[in-house]
Write a protein that binds this ligand. Structure first.
Ligand SMILES: *Cc1c(COP(=O)(O)O)cnc(C)c1O
Length: 334
């Protein structure tokens, strides 16, 4: 589906700056296209490891973190999840053919901590938890994440913290994962790095976990063209940092403006999107689309009746969204 204002996939609203794009293209031109890239993206993994302050043998790079989710599910005896959640955790468990269970978030999208700890009672499995959480935008208390990590270590589980949105919250679970080999992190270039189309994500974990995941990926799975783009952006990390800060400020501005809306309510978010509860998701979605704004319906998910997920766009796009949101409710502009 296309619309002039696209706020449905949590992408960056901006393409890579032209100077970075040009530098990547020059590198791509200079490469011999007849040659295979590194077997397991060794050079890129080394650069990522340096950039992240992580041991090289604990880094796995894949063409999107979705591939890492799939590999982790394939390596698991069972998959535990929260509900609602990022749809591909369940999708991957299905493809992998492993038992899957999801536990409902509580009031205010709180973690069902006790149920999750009990759920990790049986030995061995993978618990996927996005933090900030998708699609609610909630950032969980560090103490609760630490409880889950400790339980994972006790029971031979792996706690996978998906940090797809951490740049927008300033949160970072690297210290926890460094201390506890039962914790692995997933990160992506698709959001704050403005590279959704380039396809790249990575895992930071213990070497033993990285080895298992790497073995489930086919050889040469990072294409040369993805490689040159990553090399280029890793030399200019300030760009992603500044963008994440600007989008977080826009998110907070939209949140504050919606507080004055007569009937729509935004849930607090630490990500680059807002979950917005409306009286009627279908009507709201259609109304926005009629004004050229595409958002994502989430009202099919448990506990998300009436909800839309709205990505944070460029300021003018966010203004258009706010104007439409108020107009649809017959209210004066914000
Ligand atoms: C967007 C997103 C990703 C990114 O997946 P890629 O395959 O790297 O594009 C991962 N996890 C969550 C929860 C996301 O929302």
């Amino acid at each position: 589906m296309e619309a002039p204002i696209k706020l449905d996939q949590n992408e960056s609203p901006y393409d890579l700056p032209p100077d970075l794009k040009e530098r990547a293209l020059e590198r791509l031109r200079a490469l011999p296209w007849n040659r295979y890239p590194d077997l397991h993206a060794e050079e890129l993994r080394a650069r990522l490891a340096r950039a992240q302050g992580w041991p090289e043998d604990g880094v796995v790079l894949a063409p999107g973190s979705n591939f890492l989710v799939l590999a982790l599910a394939q390596a698991a005896r069972q998959v535990l999840d929260t509900a609602p959640s990022f749809a591909y955790y369940e999708g991957a468990a299905k493809v992998a053919g492993v038992p899957y269970r999801a536990l409902r978030l509580g009031e205010g999208f709180a973690l069902p901590l006790q149920a999750l700890l009990e759920g990790m009672g049986e030995p061995e499995g993978v618990l996927f938890l996005s933090d900030p959480h998708a699609p609610t935008g909630r950032l969980f208390p560090e103490a609760e994440v630490q409880r889950l990590a400790a339980r994972a270590a006790e029971r031979g589980w792996l706690l996978v913290l998906d940090e797809a949105y951490h740049s927008f919250s300033g949160s970072d679970h690297r210290a926890l994962a460094q201390q506890n080999p039962s914790v692995a992190l997933l990160r992506t270039f698709s959001k704050a790095w403005s590279l959704g189309g380039v396809r790249a994500g990575y895992l930071l974990g213990a070497p033993a976990v990285a080895r298992v995941v790497q073995a489930l990926l086919p050889p040469f799975c990072i294409p040369a063209h993805t490689g040159v783009v990553l090399e280029t952006v890793l030399e200019a990390p300030g760009h992603a940092r500044d963008l994440a800060l600007a989008l977080a400020a826009e998110r907070d501005r939209i949140f504050r403006a919606l507080a004055r809306h007569p009937s729509w309510r935004a849930h607090p978010s630490a990500a680059n999107f807002l979950l917005v509860r409306t009286p009627d998701a279908e009507a709201a979605w259609q109304g926005l689309l009629g004004r050229g704004i595409l958002v994502r319906r989430q009202d099919h998910l448990p506990g998300l009746e009436g909800c839309l997920r709205v990505s944070v766009g460029a300021p003018a796009e966010n203004d258009a969204f706010l104007e439409a949101a108020f107009a649809l409710a017959g209210a004066a502009p914000p």
